[in-house]
Design a protein around this ligand. Sequence first.
Ligand code: ATP
Ligand code: MG
Ligand code: MG
Length: 549
Amino acid sequence: SEEKSLNFIEEIIENDLKSGKYDQIVTRFPPEPNGYLHIGHAKSICLNFGLAEHYNGRTNLRFDDTNPEKEETEYVESIKADIKWLGFDWDQELYTSDYFEQLYQFALTLIKKGLAYVDDSTSEQIAAGKGTPTTPGVASSYRSRSIEENLQLFEQMRAGKFKDGEKVLRAKIDLAAPNMLLRDPLLYRIKHATHHRTGDQWCIYPMYDFAHGQSDSIEHITHSICTLEFVPHRPVYDWLIEKLEIFPSHQYEFARLNMTYTVMSKRKLLQLVSDKIVEGWDDPRMPTISGMRRRGYTPKSIREFSRQIGVAKRENLIDLSLLEFFVREDLNKTATRRMVVFDPVKLVITNFAEDQVEYLEGEDNPEAEQKTYRKIPFTKELYIEREDFMVDPPKKFFRLAPGKMVRLKYGYIIRCDQFKQDENGNITEIACTYFPESKSGSGDTTLKAKGTLHWVSATKNTPVTLKLYDRLFTVEDMNSAEGEYKDHLNPQSLVINNAALAEPAILEDAPGLSYQFLRKGYFIQDKEKEADGKPVFNRTVGLKDSWAK
Ligand code: ATP
Ligand code: MG
Ligand code: MG
């Protein structure tokens, strides 16, 4: 909206468009296909695609696939699915590996200009030769190789004449530069590995610093947005573009998203998966987009969250509760209401006929513009929530107790007349009278009840499994947690309820619906069922923020 003040990237873009520097902006989202996307990537996606949308530009999806050993096609597919699910569409689907030949030609250009050389030093020697932040580096004898020798050796590197690590190609910049990254950074390394797209075509692979900026330039990216750790890389980015005399893309940096009670690095997430601490990349406790989808988070809530947190120039930690707030806000408007009793206790309506079934009408969603209804069977024997009955309640207990009245949602007011207990004092049965004239929607207001309870029929219900999720870790800021990050796992991050009973409508609902189980929370059906066919529901989020204790 026009009212909201511009963030620093929007300001840059507006100036660039106003000054005529660009007619149209082009951004890119450049994931490395070495894992599943997480909420931090979602932030970057919303930013890059959102800016292009807002300023009538376009966004490329570029797989940054220069690391043959860690990358897989499975990840490419999941990344595409996640971006689409978030509600964005890329202009072009591109791969850095498609530029390998062009990048090789760029390297030749640098060599011919005397700006790159083949170095035979070991990685230890190269590191030592770089010096320290306070002392300049020392040139290796290879730095003064002739252009002809460099061209010949680089061609031999490509042709597979050398083993891994035997040689590298380095830019010849400045071994005394205060910025260590300018001390002759590596451009190419030898790696005899099969690439998921180019197979065995190449045995030399470009380093990030050489591949990224040049790929941006090939695609005429105007605003290359990345996270703050790349600030020191920017001089290398600019140096290469200048020396190669190619399209001047520009890099801009913002603070990466960090969130409470979770980790957000693909390496750590991969470890959780391979150590079987979670069920997989899409385990609903994972901060991955696929995990959040399986848990029932909505694309809209993630986009709104992303907009709300904005772009920062300093590292910060965002409260997971803020994301949950946006999830609740969206689901309150869209979720289908159903009744599920989590911890059932039997309730008998003494004045209701034994074999009678009355089908009550229940509104699917009071927030919806288009009203729809489902049928809920009401029978003599019902189940209510064990915690909704007390023999000797405190003053403001607006639920059921001996002699008290409550309304059964979508149905009637009932009064508790009697109850049965076992030898341990557990309630085994509650006996009630119902008042036919008090039916919901009848307009009769003779009787009043303060509380309304959810319930299911004892004979016409369907058992369900509930998976109740919570924070994966117990420490707020996992970036500064002591010891191993796996020492801080929340043992209660998954609690399974096998006793719950749902109203039968749930079996007929379309798959993928978001639910509000009345008075209990937001849920979504899991993709997997129990072995016996029993449906499983994942808790997306509670009705209220119960964590803020
Ligand atoms: P990780 O460190 O979690 O493995 P990455 O940065 O290596 O992530 P890439 O696939 O290289 O993952 O990232 C693709 C894009 O997403 C990059 O532009 C990167 O800056 C951005 N990105 C990654 N993590 C975050 C984050 N936490 N917040 C914002 N943007 C992020
Ligand atoms: Mg990476
Ligand atoms: Mg990283």
